[in-house]
Every structure is written in structure tokens, then in C-alpha cells.
Design a protein around this ligand. Sequence first.
Ligand SMILES: Cc1cc2nc3c(=O)[nH]c(=O)nc-3n(C[C@H](O)[C@H](O)[C@H](O)COP(=O)(O)O)c2cc1C
Length: 218
Amino acid sequence: MNVLAVCGAANKGRNTARMLKSAFDGAMSAPGAVGEMVYLYDLDFKGCTGCHSCKLLDENKFARCAMRDGLTPVLERAIDADVLLIGSPIYFSDVTGETRSFLERYLFPGITYNKDRTPTYPKRTKVGWVFTMNAPGDFYKDFFGGLVDMADRIIGESEYVMAYQTQQFEDYSKYAATMFDVDMVKRRHVEQFPEDCKAAYEMGRRLAGCPGGREGPG
Ligand SMILES: Cc1cc2nc3c(=O)[nH]c(=O)nc-3n(C[C@H](O)[C@H](O)[C@H](O)COP(=O)(O)O)c2cc1C
């Protein structure tokens, strides 16, 4: 059981990385699981350049990203993973740029422009998404649903967990940020965020085939 967690958040101590680590720990609790957590912001890489090498009818090039940079070994491990966990905060109604660049390079070689659209990767990988955000719970439901559908089609069975109305600052009084209900955000951070991490842990266990675990939202 190969587990790979890909963290698309810049800060290793904050909401997304912590919640993704819980999902990773859950998956790693499966008997025989081996894996690692990688942080995209530690790597030097770019998004897809549209070179189309991965679409060439050439067995050495087909379904592989031709770009060679810090992401190359991560892509190889992702293709070989049984469970892939992807964490990102929501930035401007999307995943972070680093996460997006990773997804372009991972997903594009996984499909063709053939009429049947058959996925190209040799095995199916279960995908667990971890999202954190300021907005209320169902604000990005359609966006998350779209990512889940895309992963289902190209990579393998997919689901997500999320933490919403997360704590962004320790001391809100030091920032230009009067729109937040600080008491509510702080209360959620103490009471709800540990529950969100537990849900992430259970998702990791579920994806790794462990029995039990309550269902996530998607
Ligand atoms: C550049 C930037 C853009 C953001 N855009 C959004 C957004 O569009 N919607 C939202 O709900 N939260 C947005 N947020 C808030 C973060 O998604 C949220 O605080 C998240 O939990 C941060 O994750 P972290 O604690 O792992 O850094 C944004 C934060 C930053 C820094």
C-alpha cells in the first residue's frame, strides 16, 4: 500500500498541512502502508507548458510528463500510489497555484484526446482531497464536486473533506480584517478543527481500505 500526500499549502504548521497530515496518518495506519508527505512549496517546478509530449504515440513519451524539474519524482510516485492525498487552501475560489500546477502535470498525461477518453495510467489510485477555507461550508461545493469528478474519471475513486471558516491569524486585531466574526472563528478553531482533522484521519483510513470510519461530505 503506497501512500502519497501532496501538500499545496505554503505553511506547514497551519490548517491545511495539519489536516492533510491527519489524513496521511489515517492512511498510514493501514497494515503494510508505506508513504511520505511532500510539500509543493519546497520544490522548484512549473505548471504544464502544453508541449503535448504526453500525447505522442511514442511508448517512451506517451502518458508521461516530459518536463524535468523538482516535481518529476513526485509525479512518478503519484502514478505509483495506491492512495493519493492532496491538500490545498482555497485561494481566490480555486486551489493554490502550486496545487494547480501539480494537477496540470499529473492529470494531463493521464488522459488522451481519443474519442473513448480512456485513462492512461496503469493503475487506479484512490484520491482524498483536503480543502480549507474562510467561506462557509457549502460555498465551494460545486468546485469540490468538479475536482472529485475529474479525479474519479482520470485517476480513481475520489472523495474530500474540508475545514471551513478556519482561523487565519492568531491575533485578528493586528490585521485589516474586520469582516470576520473573530469569536466564532476562534471557537471553531478550538472545537471544530480537531473534528475536521479526525474526519480527515477517517478518510485516510477509508481510502487505505481500513474498516469503519464515518462518511465525508463528498
Ligand atoms: C491569497 C489568499 C486567497 C484566499 N482566497 C480565499 C477564497 O477565495 N475563499 C476562501 O474561502 N478563503 C480564501 N482564503 C483563506 C484561506 O483559504 C484559509 O484561511 C485557509 O484555511 C488557509 O489555509 P492555511 O491555514 O493552511 O494557510 C485565501 C487566503 C489567501 C492567503
